[in-house]
Design a protein around this ligand. Sequence first.
Ligand code: GDP
Ligand code: MG
Length: 179
Amino acid sequence: LQNFRKKELLFKILIIGDYGVGKTSIIKRYADGTFSPSYKITIGADFAIKILNWDDNTRINVQLWDIAGHERFGYLTGVYYRYAVAAAIVFDLTRPETFKSVEKWLLDLRKKVNLPGGHPVPVVVLANKGDITIATLPEEIVNFCEKYNILAWFITSAKDDVHIDEAMITLINAAIEHH
Ligand code: GDP
Ligand code: MG
């Protein structure tokens, strides 16, 4: 009976960042709980859905969008960004140049999409591959996040399942707040 009253929300969340940083792996880890060490190139936008029974009255369909090969253009079209309620910008801790790109991804996002009320889309930064050697200084990340009003940043590992859930919950909470 309770199901009749359940509110269904659909949240489109973007996972962006340079090629090879682990975007697809993070999506797979969050949506299916799996990890694959082999490198797979996927072409075209793609998304995975995870259904969360958020509370007694609310079910959330989390749609995680993977840019799947479009990284090479360095930007995305407005169509891809449309209706997004949150975004994770991912870089690879072992490749500092991918951290430099986080700013570029953020500016592209800010230029192309806002929440319906005009508020900027909430963003978290994911410093991925935290299970390997860390080459990017946390201090730089903290400064960046302050400068650009980033909600939070996390050292993640799609391989070892570290901080992926926490990062997604942070984004979902922000999306609910602005809903
Ligand atoms: P994408 O191009 O951003 O979608 O990156 P992928 O998800 O395809 O990952 C690129 C490569 O990095 C693959 O070989 C993954 O197995 C590997 N990878 C992704 N995340 C992690 C991680 O957290 N730790 C480690 N050690 N490898 C990872
Ligand atoms: Mg990918």
